[in-house]
Structure formats: C-alpha cells, structure tokens
Design a protein around this ligand. Sequence first.
Ligand SMILES: NC(=O)c1ccc[n+]([C@@H]2O[C@H](COP(=O)([O-])OP(=O)(O)OC[C@H]3O[C@@H](n4cnc5c(N)ncnc54)[C@H](OP(=O)(O)O)[C@@H]3O)[C@@H](O)[C@H]2O)c1
Length: 285
Amino acid sequence: MNNRILAILRHLRKPSRSERSMFPLPYKFARHTSSNRSKSSSGQLEGKIIMITGGGGGVGKACAIAAAKEGCTGLVLVGRKKKSLIETVEEIRDTNCKTLAISADITDPQQVERVFLETKKQFKRLDILFNNAGCNAPAVPLEQLKLQDWKRVVDVNLTGAFLCTQQAFRIMKGQVPIGGRIINNGSVSADRPRIHSSAYTSTKHAITGLTKSVSLDGRDFDIACGQIDIGNAKTDMTQQMEGKEPLMDVNDIARAFVYMCSLPLEANTQWMTVMATKMKLIGRG
Ligand SMILES: NC(=O)c1ccc[n+]([C@@H]2O[C@H](COP(=O)([O-])OP(=O)(O)OC[C@H]3O[C@@H](n4cnc5c(N)ncnc54)[C@H](OP(=O)(O)O)[C@@H]3O)[C@@H](O)[C@H]2O)c1
C-alpha cells in the first residue's frame, strides 16, 4: 500500500497479519444485528456507502457521525491528518457502520485515484460522495493576496472537488444498480462575497457551476447532484468569528446532510441553504 495513504479498516473484514500492524485502531468485527445497532438510528441511510472528504473535522465530521447513526452501511473518510480521521472513526465506534479512513490530499490526482480504488475494493460501490473538504485564504485586500494562497484555495475547493467527482462518476456509471448522488459543499459565499475573500468566493461561485454541470452530465446515468450552502456553522474555519457574528451548531448541517442523502435517486435537493438565523446576509444588515 502507498505509504502516503493510511487505510484504517474497521468492522470490515479480518485483516491479514501485515495489515494488522498498520492499523492504529484495534480491529473489531461487528455483526449486523439489531441488538448492536445504535438505539437512536432510524436506519434511513441503511445500505448506503458514503464518502466524505474533509471527514476529520468540522462539517465533515458532524456529517459522518450523523450518517453512521442513521444506519449507513459504509463510510469512507478522507483528509490529510490521520489523527483527525481517527478521532472521527472513534466517535462512530458504537454503530454498525463499516469505516474506511484514508489519509490523502484531494488536490493530488494520484492520491484521489487511490482513494476511489480502495473504496471500490472494499465496498464494491459508492452511493454518495460529499465534496466537503475546503479551505480559505487570509482576508487581505485583493491586491495583496499571494498567488500561492489563491492557487491553494482553487486547488482544494474546486480542483479537488472536480477530481473526486470524476472518479465517483467512473464508479457510479459502471455499478449495478447504476447511479449515485454527489453533494457539493458550497457556501453562502457561492452567492455573495465577504470583503477580502476573492479566492474563497470565486471557488464557491465555481462550485455552483460544477453542481449544475454534474447535474446535467449525470442525468442520463441516474447520478443526482445537489449543493448545500452553509452560513456560519461553528467549526475551525469560523473560529475567528466567535463572539463577533451569530453562529450555529454544526449538527444542524448534519441533519440537512442526512436528509439530502436519504432521498431516492429520483428526487434531489438541488440547493439548500442552512445559515445562522441572525447572520447579516439578507438585506443590509
Ligand atoms: N463552517 C462554516 O460556516 C462554513 C460556511 C460555508 C461553507 N463551509 C464549507 O464547509 C466545508 C468544511 O468546512 P469546515 O467549516 O468544516 O472547516 P474545517 O473544520 O476547516 O474543515 C475542512 C476540512 O477539509 C479538509 N481538507 C482541507 N484541505 C484538504 C486537502 N487538500 N485534502 C483533503 N482534505 C482537505 C480538512 O482536513 P485535513 O486538514 O486533515 O486535510 C478538514 O477536515 C468547506 O468546504 C467550507 O468551505 C463552511
């Protein structure tokens, strides 16, 4: 296995001796019985294999936990920091969800390819991709924004989502039953900017274009694509807003995510905005 990619398989299959030495978490085989199913689960995501990029923190972590509690069968968590991924895996230990955590950088096409190969190998299919991983650049006047910061934001927020979507299309078009769902994490910045946010705002506007293109290109293959636009959820990304702006609990995003995932493929939440009620978005403050 590629050294840059750490796969943590849990509840999946008995690992070989060499694999066992790679897994930092104790391996445990969980049988799918109603007795060990999470008590709060309604099972509405049962049978689904879901991949979440940026699954080690903030929105991605909250959505992963919610999906596991709602009975999803398999979760693939992707992010660069192994420690964060392991923390998410720990939090869903008591569910029946099979988890594959892969440390990878979504801006690297080879690493992305590897993530999807591993997913196909372990789960045989992919029902939902959540393009959630994202980053921001320093809030500086436009003329002072460093090119490297611009490029980093474009690479993660836009190119990374595109690369994952491309790989997901290959799996979803070829699987039986055909199709799947792609959910893009936009932002209220997909519609209107904050001051000094040219890189972030540009990529989030571009995500709206990607959502539209993917919806169209996926139509003939039962691939649905929708976008969730968040405003001010409490995460690492919004830490600097604490005490300055109204924020909301990230778990309220997770509930919206579960709803989007739960729809049959014939129905789609094309756009959903979930924002802190009192944030100054509507009108002039
Ligand atoms: N919080 C909000 O109010 C809000 C509002 C609008 C939109 N959003 C969107 O929600 C998404 C998640 O943001 P968040 O608030 O949860 O922020 P966060 O806590 O900073 O999470 C960002 C996640 O993206 C991952 N990531 C970053 N670069 C990556 C890369 N190159 N490869 C793989 N993973 C990468 C990070 O994991 P590693 O560092 O381990 O790689 C991290 O898990 C973003 O797309 C953001 O734009 C959030």
